[in-house]
Ligand binder design. Structure first.
Ligand SMILES: NC(=O)c1ccc[n+]([C@@H]2O[C@H](COP(=O)([O-])OP(=O)(O)OC[C@H]3O[C@@H](n4cnc5c(N)ncnc54)[C@H](O)[C@@H]3O)[C@@H](O)[C@H]2O)c1
Length: 284
């Protein structure tokens, strides 16, 4: 008898082949809504989860389920309590996409420092202005403030320090064995006060959800003409209230826009904020 693995969303062909070569039966699900998964899961022993939200209702409809593996980092989308009660093992593939996410964080910092959104908007019709008229900054020698120094945060620190000679400070109350080029701070506010760029790489927990707001933006200093707000990160969805609560989001986007336009008064209305990359794909 082989174990049956439910895939609510498809994976790469190599993944299917690997499972079959190792004796598993693969069941392609009809979709990844709660209803779809409930309809598919009753006879499955295992499930590979990509972006589906795994609710208590799903767990209760899964009498045979023994293990669930998340395709990426973090358990944010899984009702861990419900799994614990049923003795279902939940795994993640932590670190598997860390390089890619860390590169995106560096990309976002460069995008911001080089004012790339403004450059892009102008370079076709006025290359000279895009090149000479838009003041750009550098990462070299700047301070990067990290919140979270796990798989992704540590890689961002390494790339920032060795690639751009950045001074790296970090807040992570659970940090272990950080390399000597990451300077841990005990007061989280110091990250916002000291850093030129802030990058968040924390899971969505009660201590991190909605933990960045106007207050933190207000602590930030000016860097290369940008006031309060040079952010990148993974796990942003849960961290930045601007992105989870639409009413608050409107206000913070306005605040950010106002600040950004303050740096570029001549571009008023021509572009919006560009420095947030989030785990749900929202990008300003
Ligand atoms: N945008 C994406 O595509 C994407 C991809 C991968 C991961 N993520 C998100 O990024 C998060 C981080 O990923 P990771 O692999 O580095 O995780 P990780 O578990 O290796 O590291 C998380 C770090 O956060 C620290 N931490 C926990 N609570 C904290 C707090 N209150 N303040 C400061 N630090 C705290 C932990 O000590 C740990 O060092 C994941 O939970 C996931 O949600 C997003």
């Amino acid at each position: 008898m082989s174990y049956k693995v439910l895939l609510p969303q498809p994976i790469l062909p190599e993944g299917y082949a690997y499972l079959r070569e190792h004796g598993f039966e693969v069941k392609d699900g009809r979709g990844f809504t709660e209803e779809d998964i409930i309809a598919d899961i009753a006879d499955c022993d295992a499930m590979i989860v990509r972006t589906a939200k795994i609710t208590r209702k799903i767990i209760e409809a899964a009498p045979k389920l023994k293990i669930m593996s998340r395709h990426g980092a973090g358990y944010d989308m899984v009702d861990i309590e419900a799994c614990k009660e049923k003795g279902i093992l939940v795994c993640t593939a932590g670190g598997s996409n860390a390089v890619s996410v860390a590169e995106i964080a560096i990309f976002n910092m460069l995008y911001c420092a080089k004012k790339f959104k403004a450059v892009q908007a102008h370079m076709m019709e006025d290359y000279r202005y895009a090149k000479m008229g838009i003041k750009k900054g550098e990462l070299e020698g700047k301070t990067l403030g990290l919140i979270g120094t796990g798989n992704i945060g540590a890689l961002v620190a390494q790339k920032a320090h060795f690639g751009f000679n950045m001074n790296v400070i970090a807040y992570d109350p659970f940090a272990k064995n950080v390399p000597e080029y990451i300077h841990l701070v005990e007061d989280r506010d110091e990250i916002f006060k000291q850093a030129d760029f802030v990058s968040l790489h924390v899971p969505a927990l009660p201590s991190t959800i909605h933990s960045v707001s106007d207050r933190e933006f207000d602590l930030m200093k000016e860097t290369d003409g940008i006031y309060g707000g040079r952010f990148s990160g993974a796990g942003f969805k849960g961290c930045c209230m601007a992105l989870v609560d639409p009413s608050k989001r409107a206000s913070i986007v306005k605040t950010m826009t106002k600040r950004y336009l303050h740096a570029f008064p001549n571009l008023e209305g021509k572009f919006s904020i560009h420095f947030c990359q989030t785990s749900n794909g929202v990008q300003f």
